[in-house]
Write a protein that binds this ligand. Structure first.
Ligand code: KG4
Ligand code: ZN
Length: 334
């Protein structure tokens, strides 16, 4: 494949990020500016504020990414950008910036699906072996994706209601933990010896879909009941019960899917891939099944532009570029 130096932009949610990646594998720079502090006091991402923050930061972040990479703009082969899915106002900021750069530098523009980015974050640190199965778990997504060949994606299962990270954040919020709550629930779960018993939602026997809203409601019911009775609430035991349920269902379905599709590797991706309980349980099961488990380091699990550049490289290498009238697509499918 040709050498390619790709500058990528990611603004789908509440991270403004730009990165320069060589050949889809070598990170020359990966600058991420998080808006978490801004959104924290609202208990979640406020779309309108997110777009404004992206507008404020995008040029600075782009400058910093180019400077840190120590490249000249004229060395760049292409500009990549997250086209969707995500918050439309946030996506637009990245798309407009990327178009302006591609246009002024007269190099190709490459639109990338956010989940393809999460999956290909793994390629920044691992050799991939196809066919592979990817478990994508984030604040907006819970998907099992069969990847038979490079850049080919088949969603075989997804959540029917809340995303795993979303359920984590809602449960955390109900227990008075700060946003985003996933890491806090994960930490508390590890302090408990035993969890409060919680349901497992498997859906139809052959389904690879997920559902986490019932589990979330179960936690809320436990909290409400305790409050009404004046009982002491045990966030540590509740966190463990909740996490055990989420992890067991994710692990079982991911392993079954990997076997059915003859996957040579199981890839973990998305913000919830940072979850210690999930990583431990998957590592254990994959070890026993003889299935190689790949996960990016924590810094590449959450939203960042290097993963978008990694996914864009596959397209660029095949000459697949996007027109300059590329639209931000909040509901883009993989
Ligand atoms: O991929 P990401 O940065 O943004 C989306 O595309 O959604 O994922 C953020 C999500 C949040 O819901 C956050 O609570 C969750 O990932 N998360 C975790 C952990 N670290 C981040 N959830 C559970 N355990 C963690 N350790
Ligand atoms: Zn994401």
């Amino acid at each position: 494949s040709r050498p390619g130096l790709i500058l990528a932009v990611e603004t789908s949610c509440d991270e403004t990020s730009a990165a320069v990646v060589e050949n889809g594998t070598i990170i020359r720079s990966n600058v991420v500016s998080s808006q978490i502090e801004t959104h924290k006091r609202f208990g979640g991402v406020v779309p309108e504020i997110a777009s404004r923050k992206h507008v404020e930061s995008i040029t600075l972040i782009l400058d910093e990414a180019v400077r840190a990479a120590n490249v000249r703009l004229s060395d760049l082969s292409a500009i990549a950008v997250t086209q969707g899915p995500g918050l439309v106002g946030s996506l637009l900021v990245g798309v407009v910036a990327a178009k302006a750069l591609a246009c002024s530098l007269q190099i190709p523009l490459i639109g990338v699906h956010h989940i393809a980015g999460h999956i290909y974050a793994n390629r920044l640190v691992h050799e991939l072996d196809y066919p592979l199965m990817a478990l994508v778990v984030s604040g907006g997504h819970t998907e099992l994706v069969h990847v038979p060949a490079p850049g080919v994606f088949r969603v075989i299962g997804q959540t029917r209601d809340d995303a795993a990270g979303e359920a984590y954040d809602k449960v955390a919020r109900a227990m008075g933990l700060p946003y985003p709550g996933g890491p806090h629930v994960d930490r508390l779960a590890h302090e408990a010896d035993e969890g409060v018993p919680m349901p497992r939602v498997w859906l139809e026997p052959d389904s690879y879909d997920f559902s986490f809203s019932g589990l979330k409601s179960a936690v809320l019911a436990i909290l409400n009941q305790a409050k009404m009775r004046g009982d002491v609430i045990h966030p540590v035991r509740i966190s463990k019960g909740f996490q055990d349920s989420v992890v067991e269902v994710l692990v079982e379905k991911a392993i079954r899917a990997s076997k059915e599709f003859g996957a040579k590797q199981l890839l973990l991706a998305g913000g919830v891939a940072a979850n210690k309980g999930l990583r431990e349980a998957l590592a254990d099961r994959c070890g026993r099944e003889g299935l190689p488990l790949l996960a990016p380091p924590l810094s590449l699990c959450t939203d960042n532009a290097a993963m978008i550049a990694a996914a864009a490289f596959l397209k660029w290498d095949r000459g697949e570029t996007s027109p300059l009238d590329l639209k931000a697509e909040p509901l883009l499918s993989l």
